[in-house]
Design a protein around this ligand. Structure first.
Ligand code: C2E
Ligand code: MG
Ligand code: MG
Length: 397
């Protein structure tokens, strides 16, 4: 088997097919995953599961990865001429990081082709990393430090996904297709997926759902806070010669990321809770201590997680009265927060602090009420129950 693969690699019979990924915030193609195929002399297309495990067992996978990595970069240059923001992800294993060869190859090619590393993403499974040695860790880190992102593949299938997630520099989580598919029929799977998305979101990671095989699943995912989707319903893995016309079609899938409005509410509650806890403990629990409390809650309204959403993905709703109405109270809320922190740190005056805490809670209620209204309108409009100005947003963006 291995000599066959070696021959196949030498004869350029190993090629990448590309499966598009769709952004749930824009409804447009955001990138693709490169998936290896063995095109045999008679035209038969062999899937990776029939030859990659053997290549991994023999170690030949490292040679495959080195050759394929160069091919991938050349293809990415062609694709980015059409779509400059296109993110390409590819699959590697821990073995590829045992020496510096692969990382050097990626970095050399980035330099040769003058690519921006932020458009490259490496997918690694937990199973592969669990055996990772210190040199694997160092080489993975080198790639991440260079600006290449790291995605945890098949999240939810391993036995310590959360532990692995916390120990490696992942910025993307790909939820396993088995979990995604079970979501429509199993309440437990839905809860696991929703909790995973929430956790990834809290860690600042993007979430890609794999195995989206129906419009029903896609619609469901829009409500969960997932950021991207991949699956046969959106596009099957295809050779570069098919991907280019696919991208030229400039298709739009529905992109009403209701789930992200919900996430913004959770983010806000989380922000308020940590700020209030810090202020309370500094002002009331240990008022005699002179130590200045460490404020971890973000005070800049553009940098808290709600602000990041508002001035980032949320901008797709700009012009909608409910969305626009959020900016002022949110800014006022941060002004109160600033005053609260100053009061706690400079002049622990209980009365003043209590007043500011009340104002903060009240303003927070206003912010949450607006977000809730926005979510309700989006759900109703997306469900087709009412005609609203949201329709313009779905088509404009
Ligand atoms: P993966 O990285 O999790 O890739 C996703 C797999 O799910 C792909 O299978 C893809 O074709 C399939 N898939 C995507 N959407 C759907 C869907 O809606 N329904 C169903 N039923 N399947 C879907 P593929 O291409 O056969 O690859 C299998 C695995 O082989 C990959 O899983 C990856 O672990 C590995 N692999 C693929 N290419 C490479 C490579 O270049 N290097 C290495 N080391 N491993 C690779
Ligand atoms: Mg993958
Ligand atoms: Mg996967």
């Amino acid at each position: 088997m291995n000599s066959d693969i070696e021959l196949a690699l030498a004869k350029d019979e190993l090629v990448f097919y590309y499966q598009p990924k769709i952004s749930l915030t824009s409804g447009k193609v955001s990138g693709a995953e490169a998936l290896i195929r063995w095109i045999q002399a008679d035209g038969t297309v062999k899937l990776p599961n029939s030859f990659i495990p053997a290549a991994e067992a023999s170690g030949f996978i490292k040679d495959i990865s080195l050759v394929m990595c160069k091919n991938l970069m050349a293809d990415l240059v062609i694709i980015q001429d059409l779509l400059p923001e296109f993110v390409m992800s590819f699959n590697l294993t821990a073995q590829d990081f045992e020496s510096t060869a692969l990382v050097n190859c990626v970095l050399d090619n980035i330099a040769n082709y003058q690519l921006n590393p932020k458009f490259l993403q490496v997918e690694l499974t937990e199973t592969s990393l669990i055996k990772g040695t210190e040199s694997v860790r160092e080489n993975v880190q080198r790639l991440v430090d260079a600006g290449v992102s790291l995605a945890m593949d098949d999240f939810g299938t391993g036995y310590a996904s959360i532990d692995t997630l916390s120990q490696w520099p992942f910025s993307v989580v790909k939820i396993d297709q088995g979990l995604i598919k079970r979501m429509l029929t199993s309440g437990k799977s839905t809860t696991i997926v929703e909790a995973s998305i929430c956790m990834a979101h809290q860690l600042g990671a993007k979430v890609v759902a794999e195995g989206v095989e129906s419009s029903q699943l896609y619609e469901f995912l829009l409500r969960t806070g997932c950021t991207d989707a991949q699956g046969f319903w959106l596009g099957k893995p295809m050779p570069l010669s098919d991907l280019i016309p696919f991208l030229e079609l400039d298709q739009r899938w529905s992109g009403m990321p209701i789930g992200l409005i919900h996430m913004a509410q959770l983010d806000h509650i989380h922000w308020r809770r940590s700020l209030v806890a810090q202020a309370m403990s500094a002002a009331f629990v240990a008022p005699e201590t002179t130590a200045v409390i460490a404020v971890t809650a973000e005070l800049n309204p553009k940098k808290c997680k709600l602000g990041e959403w508002y001035y980032g993905h949320g901008q797709r709703f700009r012009g909608h009265a409910v969305f626009d109405a959020l900016e002022k109270p949110h800014q006022e809320l941060h002004e109160i927060a600033q005053q609260l922190v100053e009061a706690v740190q400079n002049e622990p005056d209980r009365e003043k602090i209590t007043t500011l805490l009340r104002q903060l809670t009240q303003k927070s209620g206003e912010v949450l009420a607006i977000l809730q209204e926005l979510e309700n309108e989006a759900i109703l409009e997306h469900g087709g129950f009412i005609e609203s100005s949201f329709e313009n947003f779905a088509t404009q963006n």
